[in-house]
Design a protein around this ligand. Sequence first.
Ligand code: 13P
Length: 292
Amino acid sequence: MAQLTRFSSMLRAALDGGYAVPAFNVYSMESIMAVFRVAKSLEAPSILALGERYFQNMRPATARALVDSLLQANALDNGCCQIGLHLDHAIDPLSCNEAIEAGFTSVMIDTTHLPFEEQIRITCQVVEDAHVKGVEVEAELGGLAAGHASHEFSTGVETLTDPEQVHEFVERTGIDALAVSVGTVHGLYRGEPHIDLKRLEAIRSKVSTPLVLHGGSGTPEDLIRAAISRGIAKINVNTEVSLAAIQRLREELGVRPDIHMADVSKITIQAMEETIGDYVSRFNASHRLHLF
Ligand code: 13P
């Protein structure tokens, strides 16, 4: 049976290869199919990231079953692709347990609203539960601001990652990837993006763990490349994929008011695929399938 690809293997290969693994938020059959199709056609290692906030749309077990069926069909077709299934921004450790049980490859525990020692305590617990099942863990230090159309339920108050805390946090928790706050925002930028590359360099000098950049939407290509060359191995994208699909649907509904839902589904996938493909190229992730 076709397998999902290990989180740390994907991120380490990206660090070595000078690209970032794209992680797209998924919450529906359309979003999962769109990421899957682009991953396959561009031969791009890709991560499907179900946010805890999307559990009302789809539970982890359903996402896993859908991804399994796509992987199986692809294998029968002799297709090649590398896919990870990740839990994004889980505030509740029980959500991590649900994703671990469902067979996700990685989970992100978000303790950014808590004091440092409490962050360590909860993250350690999730790492223990995850590693015993062969699942890997991402955690975040600092927090991102909320930009336009942000769909996260974090506080939205920006706290840049303190490089002085990074080594202790990674060592004491045993996490596999560290998300950092260096100026990207969840949602679209309200002005010019300012990425603190010096801070990213300082963080990188403290740990060799793969680093993750949240808030990929709208981040210009030159800043993405600069971040990748400073240790960013995974970049998350959500808002712009959704906005692209909504814009396309608005246009279609304008000229086809009696459109059938089956066509809405197809148009959604198509619009998402175009934006996803654009981000895969910006992250330099096309044609990067490795043998692990
Ligand atoms: P954007 O919505 O800004 O792309 O951020 C996505 C994200 O970081 C999900 O964790």
